[in-house]
Write a protein that binds this ligand. Structure first.
Ligand code: PLP
Length: 406
């Protein structure tokens, strides 16, 4: 990765270990900036795809804004040197406390997902004599044709406000004392490999924006969410440039700032997860590579049946090539990272799970009381620990025994 051998990183920092490339992160982010050129825009990186503060710092330095879904993510952005005035706050269940903090910091806007949230935000802002900048997240009812668990733009999903009900809610919001209507947004799903749903969503959104305009509600920005897919296997994921080439003509002559919230397309292919084979085991004609890394480190295969590429780090010429299921130590049948992959490996070999930079470490847990992996950032020929491997002491931090009684 860049100027560093992944094997050396594993030697030095151990496994399991996430490794990110600063250059790849930067290039993936800059692809958005470059595709937008002079057009008025704000790229708000979706923090939830990889929230390591060194990742956020790298993107903040390039001028990124941030799309957050909790106050925890907001605090990370601040620590990383991000600018709160470039933060959009998404999520269906913001609490009054989260709203207060974001209001005090002067974020760019709240992406409001329901009328109930709008009312709480109006009240909370009023109590502090502040005005909340608001975009309504509408649900355009388009099928993103992605995995059901990462499809968010259909009527049956919990996200956003039905686009047909939106004009009424905008009108009500316009009457509220502590709400300032600044925009409209959607996010129709993740890992989209077809541009058409994005275009359909924009067509529907522009009808709404024009309708609102006629009713006297003028919006300053249009936020198209994230969701652009990446290549894990053989997907033909469109490039950012392809996507913008189809989208931008729809916005020609319009004054609204274009806001977007890319996550996966910035981080996924900027990171890998290194692991070591602990044992090789055969049950009849099934071969298992039992590794030191598990679903608690990388949940995507278990949660989404995601296919992720896995490769031996070094050629092993003494091993025979066989199909392996790569499984971890966690006591769940769902604990696998890859199935039926042909590899020539023996115990002690290291494997590299590719495209692991998005929805990887951020979804990790301590299930089975496993300490969470280290995170390393490579910059040129240097490798930096950007999160230390957890220790056994970390595992019980905050826990308390009951008082002894006799
Ligand atoms: C998750 C999410 C994103 C980022 O999605 P990607 O598929 O990672 O690009 C953007 N906006 C919202 C509201 C999200 O929930």
């Amino acid at each position: 990765m860049e100027g560093v051998a992944l094997n050396d990183i594993a030697d030095q920092f151990g496994t399991p270990c996430y490794v990110y490339s600063k250059d790849a992160l930067s290039q993936n982010f800059m692809a958005y900036k470059n595709a937008l050129g002079d057009r008025d825009h704000l790229i708000c990186y979706a923090v939830k795809s990889n929230s390591n503060i060194a990742v956020l710092q790298t993107l903040a330095k390039l001028g990124a804004g941030f799309d957050i879904v909790s106050v925890g993510e907001l605090e990370r952005v601040l620590i990383a040197g991000g600018d709160p005035s470039k933060v959009v706050f998404s999520g269906v269940a913001k609490t009054a406390e989260e709203m207060r903090r974001a209001l005090q910091l002067g974020i760019h806007c709240f992406n409001v997902e329901s009328e109930a949230e709008l009312e709480l935000l109006n009240t909370t802002a009023g109590e502090q004599n502040l005005i909340a900048p608001v975009s309504m997240r509408v649900n355009p009812d388009v099928d993103a044709k992605t995995h059901a668990y990462i499809s968010t733009g259909l009527k049956e999903n919990k996200f956003g406000i039905d686009i047909n009900l939106a004009p009424e809610i905008y009108k009500r919001a316009a009457q509220m004392d502590n709400i300032n209507l600044v925009g409209v947004d959607y996010h129709i799903g993740s890992q989209l490999t077809d541009i058409k749903p994005f275009i359909d969503a924009m067509d529907r959104l522009l009808l709404l924006v024009d309708q609102l305009n006629d009713a006297g509600v003028q919006l300053k920005h249009i936020d198209i969410g994230g969701g652009l897919g990446v290549r894990y296997k053989n997907e033909n994921a469109p490039s950012v440039a392809d996507y913008m080439a189809e989208l931008l003509p729809l916005l020609e002559g319009r004054h609204e700032t274009l806001v977007m919230e890319p996550g996966r397309s910035v981080t996924a292919n900027a990171g890998v997860l290194l692991m070591q084979v602990q044992f090789i085991k055969s049950n009849g004609d099934k071969n298992f590579a039992i590794v030191d890394t598990a679903m608690n480190d990388m949940l995507r295969p278990a949660l989404y049946q995601a296919w992720m590429d896995i490769q031996p780090l070094e050629l092993n010429s003494s091993a025979e090539e066989k199909p392996y299921d790569v499984v971890g130590p966690v006591c769940e049948t769902g604990d696998f990272l890859a199935k039926d992959r042909s590899m020539a490996i023996t115990a002690g070999d290291r494997l590299c799970l590719l495209s692991a930079g998005a929805y990887g470490f951020v979804m990790s847990s301590n299930y089975n009381s496993r300490t969470r992996a280290a995170e390393i950032m490579v910059d040129g020929d240097q490798a930096y620990v950007v999160r230390a491997r957890e220790t056994i002491a970390d595992l019980t931090r905050g826990e308390k025994l009951l008082p002894e009684s006799d």
